[in-house]
Design a protein around this ligand. Structure first.
Ligand code: DX5
Ligand code: ZN
Length: 218
């Protein structure tokens, strides 16, 4: 069973609560929250207060994707605000084991994120410590970008390594996911799929979400 995590980056921020509840009703599995600081990525979005505001409005796991420098400085705030998952970029965390341990110390599930060009060798020695690896299939910073196909072989390789080592690690894909690209990623072994514009950009969000999910499950 695959999981769909709509990204609220593409939602209407003037009614964010309703937007989250709409996709929950439509069958979303997680809510993906894109945190950007204007330093690690060239865009600024939202902080812990948004997670805190959404927490009482949904039962779904809140999946917080930190696209920020110095993630250690903000992990406690996101954990206390109600994050269920916190993912950090390997490119932004110099002392990755410390960061992962910090996330776990608050009872939150940790994941690591790789930019499209970052090799999977960079996480070989931390795989046993994380619950998820997130592959970016666009350069982070904005929604609605084009899917980068050269990430697929990395997904296949990691899925193989996870199987060989007998680990239970989710493989998440973020960027340019739609009915076509989800098929390629699911075949490669991915289990969780972020979709922003392909869900929130559509008139009928429920229909869009269900058809993406069905495509990924085939
Ligand atoms: C990109 C964000 C993504 C983004 C995906 O930096 O991490 O989560 O919202 O948007 P789509 O699905 O439109 O590519
Ligand atoms: Zn994201």
């Amino acid at each position: 069973m695959i999981k769909i995590a709509p990204s609220i980056l593409a939602a209407d921020f003037s009614k964010l609560g309703e937007e989250v509840q709409e996709v929950e009703k439509a069958g979303a599995d997680w809510i993906h929250i894109d945190v950007m600081d204007g330093h690690f990525v060239p865009n600024i979005t939202m902080g812990p207060i948004v997670v805190d505001a959404l927490r009482p409005l949904t039962k779904l796991p809140l999946d917080v994707h930190l696209m920020i420098e110095n993630p250690d400085h903000y992990i406690e705030d996101f954990a206390k605000a109600g994050a269920d998952w916190i993912t950090v970029h390997v490119e932004a965390a110099t002392h990755l084991h410390r960061t992962i341990q910090l996330i776990r110390s608050f009872g939150v599930k940790p994941g690591v994120v790789l930019n499209p060009h970052t090799p999977i060798e960079s996480i070989q020695h931390i795989l046993e410590d994380v619950d998820m690896v997130l592959f970016m299939t666009v350069n982070p910073g904005f929604g609605g970008q084009k899917f980068i196909h050269s990430v697929i072989p990395k997904v296949e390789q990691l899925a193989e390594i996870i199987k060989d080592r007998g680990l239970s690690v989710e493989i998440q894909i973020d960027g340019g996911i739609n009915e076509e690209t989800i098929v390629l990623c699911a075949k490669a072994g991915a289990t969780v799929f972020v979709a922003g514009s392909a869900i929130y950009g559509k008139e009928d969000r429920a229909k869009a979400l269900q058809s993406i999910k069905r495509a990924g499950e085939e």
